[in-house]
Design a protein around this ligand. Structure first.
Ligand code: NAP
Length: 279
């Protein structure tokens, strides 16, 4: 089913379009002349990005949506079809993380919230978009994370939500083969966005602006990540595993305990760097 095509006048829904990777994907698609339907909770930010998309030559609609809410996902699909008449691609990108040890969570509410947004949100949007995607032989693009392949400690809910996305996507890809709807999984490594600022701790406190200190100059930008995502979608690729995911996958196959040691060492270094920077 490999094919390369542009997105001119194609209708694309992007969740998590108000920031970071989703925003970059939306702007790049708009500059190709796509009709983009932008979803996230922050209505004001979405409206600003919709205007930018229109200025770039696309056609944009902002649909404020909390993807954890099934009815709002249904509304996103309905409003998109009302406005543009079809759906060619769904990019399930919205997500966030809670970072702390599982045993330190006061209740399971935060764990479930991560699953509800990162996993159920993608499932819900896919469910309501699917009849329209079948009509257009469309594309589903799911933004997972290396954390779904190589989980870090303190990330149990996030890792679970992204690994669940893999199972969902791999099964759906097979179901949809005859319908010629492709399912592409994207596994980004660290990308410089507001993701670390938006992350919550065990008490539900937002980390805030110092989350940006986790980023280093060699990390990928949101624009670079968006380019890779759009190219993968064009080619209907099965998956894209970004650096350093490929090597981690091999080490996990050959010597999982070695990978555990590498991860523990890496986490120690991150904690040390954070402690130094907060002095
Ligand atoms: N940055 C990284 O290093 C990295 C690495 C691997 C994977 N990823 C994945 O990439 C995706 C995008 O993350 P990012 O880095 O661009 O982070 P970001 O800048 O924090 O953007 C996250 C987006 O998700 C939206 N969102 C969060 N909760 C939502 C909800 N309940 N309903 C609808 N939208 C919601 C946010 O919008 P509102 O707040 O307006 O709702 C925002 O637009 C995520 O799935 C993340 O797991 C990121």
């Amino acid at each position: 089913m490999k094919e390369t095509t542009g997105f001119r006048e194609k209708v694309v829904i992007i969740t998590g379009a108000s920031s970071g990777i989703g925003k970059a994907v939306s702007l790049q698609l708009a500059s190709e002349g796509a009709c983009v339907s932008l979803a996230a909770r922050n209505a004001e930010r979405l409206q600003e990005i919709a205007q930018e998309c229109n200025q770039l030559g696309g056609s944009a609609i902002a649909i404020p949506t909390d993807i954890a809410d099934q009815q709002q996902c249904r509304n996103l699909i309905t409003k998109t079809v009302e406005k543009f008449g079809r759906i060619d691609m769904l990019v399930n990108n919205a997500g966030f993380t809670v970072v702390d040890k599982f045993e330190d969570l006061q209740t399971l509410e935060l764990f479930q919230r991560v699953m509800n947004v990162n996993f159920n949100g993608a499932v819900q949007c896919t469910y309501f978009a699917l009849p329209h995607l079948k009509n257009t032989h469309g594309r589903i693009v799911n933004i997972s994370s290396l954390g779904g392949i190589v989980p870090f400690p303190g990330n149990a809910s996030y890792a679970a939500s992204k690994a669940a996305m893999t199972g969902f996507s791999d099964s759906l890809r097979l179901e949809l083969q005859d319908d010629q709807v492709s399912v592409t999984m994207i596994y980004p490594g660290a990308v410089v966005t507001k993701f670390q600022e938006h992350r919550l701790d065990k008490d539900g406190q937002v980390r805030g602006s110092d989350g940006g200190s986790l980023y280093t100059e060699d990390m990928m930008t949101a624009d670079e990540c968006a380019e890779i995502i759009i190219e993968a979608a064009k080619q209907r690729k099965r998956e894209v595993v970004m650096k350093p995911g490929k090597i981690s996958r091999w080490i996990k196959l050959i010597s999982p305990s070695l990978l555990d040691k590498i991860i523990i060492e890496r986490v120690k270094k991150i904690i040390e760097r954070e402690a130094q920077e907060s002095k």
